[in-house]
Ligand binder design. Structure first.
Ligand code: RM4
Ligand code: MN
Ligand code: MN
Length: 431
């Protein structure tokens, strides 16, 4: 069955026809430059075509800050409309064939129907995210924690929610559960730090016991917020220790915004790979905290350095290396569809640049302690304009050479503005 196409394929073809000639010339030029370095452009383009990152279902809605939310006309009101928007991103960009759902935000009555609906657009589901950081009416409150709460009844409720997420994921064809908790404390002395972690492990043991064969559980750490004094799973060390305590199918998920501003994230990534516990990523960018800005918009070098570790691990065949790539962003001042398309390209760019690093030269420079040459080897890779490889990969896969331009010309958002009458909710932003 050919997938449904929310954007008129003729519009893409028309746009591409206009840009094809320039792209062919740029592509040929890039091919020559890379050949001089001993790199085969066709092999690189084929790598780009295989690269995939999941869209967060919550990312296609407009986000907000702690202060206010400014919904845009035509934003999705339920998971079906979210999937429609995800299909646009995939149709134009061809780098995002999966969606990572979030529950209870994406709850429906019939998951078989949801699965089929996604399939009709050629989309599949990636890791299922549980949410025990928000209260539901008529349920016990997570104000003082969820999986680590002092009250066993609250812990039971949070565990049950995660078990339900696994069951939903099973029906959706997902293969992983991501657990992020907001648990922690706001005052020194408020929480017994050791006991809180003990309760976390106890709760997680029950969840991990229900993880189906072939699945993985991801533990996502975060330095602070909403807890402002201490967070139970604050850092990769805690995440790593918990993963090793909980089982071989439990790994660590790195959200780029969940660290102190100067943290060397690429080194964390290297450590997790080395010890077989890198589960995956939530990509985004930030200046100060968990800003959830578009990936690569603030610090593209950081993304490159992360991919430098990932590609190195891939090429040397690091045991158990199979990270799940997901975006986790919140869009306050842009159209989420445009932002997500740009972010996927930023990841492809970092992936290509990391793929053309002269690894032999780098290793030789490292072994001989030639710091300057080692750094120049990396710089040589990021100075290359690799856009033609990315555009060509997209075009060959049936996407748009310039996805944002086609999206704007399609007037998709304007059409949705009338089809999806705005629902003003009091909800503020995500953390
Ligand atoms: C959290 C964390 C989680 C995401 C929520 C919405 O800060 O990044 O991954 O599910 O935000
Ligand atoms: Mn995240
Ligand atoms: Mn976050």
């Amino acid at each position: 069955m050919t997938p449904r196409t929310p954007i008129d394929p003729d519009l893409i073809a028309k746009h591409n026809a206009r840009l094809e000639k320039d792209l062919a010339a740029d592509y040929a030029h890039l091919g020559e430059v890379l050949a001089r370095r001993g790199v085969d452009l066709e092999a690189i383009t084929a790598r780009v075509q295989k690269f995939a990152v999941a869209i967060p279902s919550w990312g296609v809605g407009s986000g907000g800050t702690r202060f206010a939310r400014f919904p845009i006309a035509g934003e999705p009101r339920n998971v079906f409309e979210k999937l429609e928007d995800c299909a646009v991103i995939q149709q134009l960009g061809r780098a995002t064939p999966t969606v990572s759902p979030h529950f209870p935000w994406d709850r429906v009555d019939d998951y078989g129907e949801l699965h089929e609906f996604a399939n009709s657009y050629g989309l599949k589901f990636d890791a299922v995210n549980s949410n025990t950081f928000e209260d539901l009416p008529g349920r016990l409150s997570y104000k003082f924690g969820s999986l680590t709460h002092t009250d066993k009844a609250v812990r039971r409720q949070a565990i049950a929610h995660n078990l339900e997420c696994i069951e939903i994921g099973r029906q959706l064809g997902s293969r992983a559960l991501t657990v992020w908790i907001g648990d922690g404390s706001n005052f020194p002395g408020q929480l017994n730090l050791a006991k809180a972690l003990e309760r976390y492990l106890e709760s997680m043991r029950e969840i991990v016991a229900a993880i189906p064969d072939g699945w993985r559980a991801f533990i996502e750490h975060k330095l602070y917020e909403p807890a402002l004094y201490s967070t139970v799973i604050a850092d990769w060390g805690t995440s790593f220790i918990c993963a090793t305590q909980l089982g071989a199918n439990v790994q660590c998920l790195v959200d780029l915004g969940h660290h102190a501003p100067t943290t060397n994230i690429e080194q964390i990534v290297a450590r997790l790979i080395q010890f077989g516990r890198l589960g995956g990523f939530h990509f985004n960018d930030s200046k100060y905290g968990d800003d959830d800005l578009d990936t690569g918009s603030v610090n593209p070098f950081q993304i490159f350095l992360v991919f430098n570790e990932l590609v190195e691990a891939e090429l040397r065949g690091a045991p158990g290396f199979a990270p799940a790539y997901m975006l986790d962003q919140s869009h306050n001042v842009t159209d989420p569809i445009e932002s997500l398309m740009e972010s996927a390209v930023a990841l492809q760019r970092a992936y290509v640049q990391a793929s053309i690093v002269d690894r032999k030269a780098l290793e030789a420079a490292q072994e001989s302690n030639d710091a300057l040459l080692a750094n120049r080897t990396l710089q040589n890779a990021i100075r290359m304009d690799v856009e033609p490889a990315i555009k060509m990969a997209r075009k060959r896969a049936g996407g748009a050479i310039d996805p944002v331009a086609v999206f704007r010309e399609s007037r998709y958002r304007q059409c949705k503005a009338s089809a999806r009458p705005q629902e003003l909710t009091g909800k503020s932003g995500i953390v």
